[in-house]
Design a protein around this ligand. Structure first.
Ligand code: ADP
Length: 573
């Protein structure tokens, strides 16, 4: 009843419109943020960023490794400081506040988690994953509970769980409690470490690492400039550790997310790697110098600020100048390499064309004298058959055989060289029709061998129909020729591979030993003698050339005496 009243009342309608407005605005903001910053986190491939060199990834991994080792060592010796109550171990800088025992534990846990994360390549064993998650989870829990204590004024007993603090340095309000900014930093790190390898949430992990790095840098800067505002919020030691772990997290997975552009092998990546350390160090050092000068009474606050700004301008100008020079040098080298590549490609194309022309002319011109030779020998054979000695008959027979073989070789060579000189445009070609034509051409061989040939519903592809017919005819012809004792069973299969068709011609013939899988596609390479099987060893070389001209690949999968499958791909229409 009351609810119904509320529903009807104007207040409810107003509240609803406010809530809806809030959500719409939040969605709009989200969309704008996605548009503005989404590209920072898209996968490297989607951004077309050049892959990093393995050595670069290794260097980044090393940064992560050392960051984790330092974090573990720092946490460990602070922890020892608490165990034996030695102040110098709790904070190496006597005038600054001590790192709490909880922070030391978080530092060790985060360090261990990061250490195992950076050693995972490419897939981590399950026990390592467990250590990574367990340590990250514990660190996040301790930090989040400390944060809750700060915000809600709670006392969860966490502060004195391990050590009731005897003396505090730096004016800690709650003895033993993890400092507010440390708790914030370790929460970000703990959650980030948990999400770092999640394919959907690594963006969040990167963002959390960036936030904790920024917060810890703020604390470091405030110590450097003795800014009272941050005193006691994050001990200097803790700030350095949190900064190192955050940077280590980004470096542990440098090939994706926000680091993809930094680690990339492109000019941009190389420049980013050279400039990033300067971007961190220059303002910090210049700020510190300005602060020291001001404190020593060399100048007042305003002139100091002016000096700081001008020094920044000058230093960054020289950094930019240096960067531009490096880019210019790299660009000149790249253009030179490009020119050389173009020249080599042109030379290669010329020599290829010359070779093809040579093969064509040679085989074409050889045909004429060869025809004359074999014609004359055949006349000799017919006229003087049984009129000469037996050995003379034998010599004539061998000569005729040799001439015939040479003719076949020259014909094959001509076919091979004509593949490029007589190529037709690629048009829509129905593979089923081509296969039917091939089966008609091979009718007598099929009948003689009693081969059983089956095929899937074959696609229409973009091809030169005459050349595609040559491919199918060579492959099906071979499948019949190289049959075993069994009845030849040949199947033509097809598979849709997205942007291309995969065709496979399988037989149950004699098969080919896997070590010859590449060799047989080379011109004139045969695995059998002429006595065993006729042929010149050019058929598969022709197939390879045709398939490659169509933008596809051809390969073989076979087992000796088991049969073979010749696969080739053709791009879709
Ligand atoms: P040719 O058949 O004229 O010898 P190819 O280039 O067509 O030349 O084949 C090269 C070699 O590959 C052949 O000599 C044969 O040893 C082997 N080969 C080709 N296809 C098959 C097949 N389906 N089964 C077994 N071996 C084959």
């Amino acid at each position: 009843m009351i609810c119904r009243e509320m529903f009807r009342s104007g207040a409810w309608v107003k509240a609803e419109s406010v809530i809806r407005g809030f959500f719409e605005r939040a969605q709009g903001l989200g969309a704008r943020l996605q548009l503005r910053f989404g590209s920072m986190f898209r996968p490297r491939e989607a951004m077309h960023i050049e892959a990093p060199a393995p050595a670069t990834i290794e260097s980044f991994r090393n940064v992560a490794k050392w960051a984790s080792i330092i974090a573990i060592a720092a946490g460990y010796h602070v922890f020892l400081g608490w165990v034996f109550d030695i102040d110098i171990l709790k904070s190496p800088w006597a005038s600054f506040s001590t790192m709490k025992a909880n922070s030391a534990v978080c530092s060790m846990l985060a360090g261990i988690s990061l250490y195992f994360l950076q050693t995972q390549r490419p897939v981590a064993p399950e026990h390592k994953n467990l250590v990574v998650r367990l340590c990250a989870c514990l660190a996040a829990m301790i930090a989040l509970l400390s944060l809750a204590e700060h915000f809600f004024g709670l006392d969860l007993g966490l502060d004195k769980l391990m050590f009731p603090e005897t003396a505090t340095r730096g004016g800690s309000v709650h003895p033993g409690r993890m400092a507010l900014m440390s708790a914030f930093g370790f929460s970000m790190i703990g959650i980030g470490l948990l999400l770092l390898d999640s394919p959907r949430h690594y963006v969040v992990a990167d963002t959390l690492a960036l936030i904790s790095a920024a917060v810890s840098l703020l604390a470091v800067a405030s110590y450097m400039y003795q800014a009272k505002a941050f005193e006691g919020q994050m001990p200097l030691y803790g700030a350095v550790v949190i900064f190192l772990i955050s940077v280590g997290m980004l470096c542990a997975r440098a090939d994706r997310g926000v680091m993809a552009k930094v680690s990339s092998n492109s000019f941009g990546g190389i420049m980013a790697r050279r400039l990033l350390p300067a971007t961190f160090l220059i303002p910090l050092i210049l700020g510190w110098l300005q602060h020291r000068g001001q404190r020593s009474g060399w100048y007042g606050a305003e002139p100091g600020l002016a000096l700081f700004a001008v020094a920044n301008v000058l230093v960054f100008l020289s950094v930019v100048w240096w960067g531009v020079n490096s880019l210019h040098r790299m660009d000149t080298k790249r253009r030179q390499a490009e020119r050389e590549l173009q020249e080599t490609a042109a030379k290669l194309a010329r020599s290829n064309a010359d070779l093809e022309q040579f093969a064509y002319v040679a085989s074409h011109d050889l045909k004429e004298p060869l025809r004359a030779i074999s014609g004359s020998i055949q006349i000799l054979q017919e006229r003087y058959k049984d009129k000469l000695e037996r050995s003379a008959d034998e010599v004539i027979r061998h000569t005729v055989d040799g001439a015939t073989r040479m003719q076949t070789l020259i014909d094959d060579l001509l076919t091979y060289s004509r593949l490029t000189t007589r190529e037709a445009p690629l048009e829509a070609t129905d593979c089923s029709q081509i296969v039917q034509e091939v089966l008609a051409n091979l009718r007598s061989a099929i009948d003689e061998s009693k081969a059983i040939i089956t095929y899937d519903a074959l696609p229409v592809v973009k091809a030169d129909s005459t050349q595609l017919l040559q491919v199918f005819q060579n492959l099906i012809g071979n499948a019949i020729k190289y049959r075993s004792q069994r009845t030849p069973r040949i199947h033509i299969g097809v598979e849709d591979k997205g942007n291309e068709w995969l065709l496979g011609i399988s037989d149950n013939g004699i098969g080919i030993a896997p070590q010859y899988a590449d060799r047989i596609f080379r011109i004139f390479q045969r695995l059998h003698t002429r006595k065993e099987y006729s042929g010149t060893g050019i058929g598969l070389a022709v197939c390879k050339k045709i398939v490659e001209r169509h933008g596809g690949r051809i390969w073989l999968e076979s087992e000796l005496e088991e049969g073979s499958t010749f696969f080739f791909t053709l791009p879709k229409l």
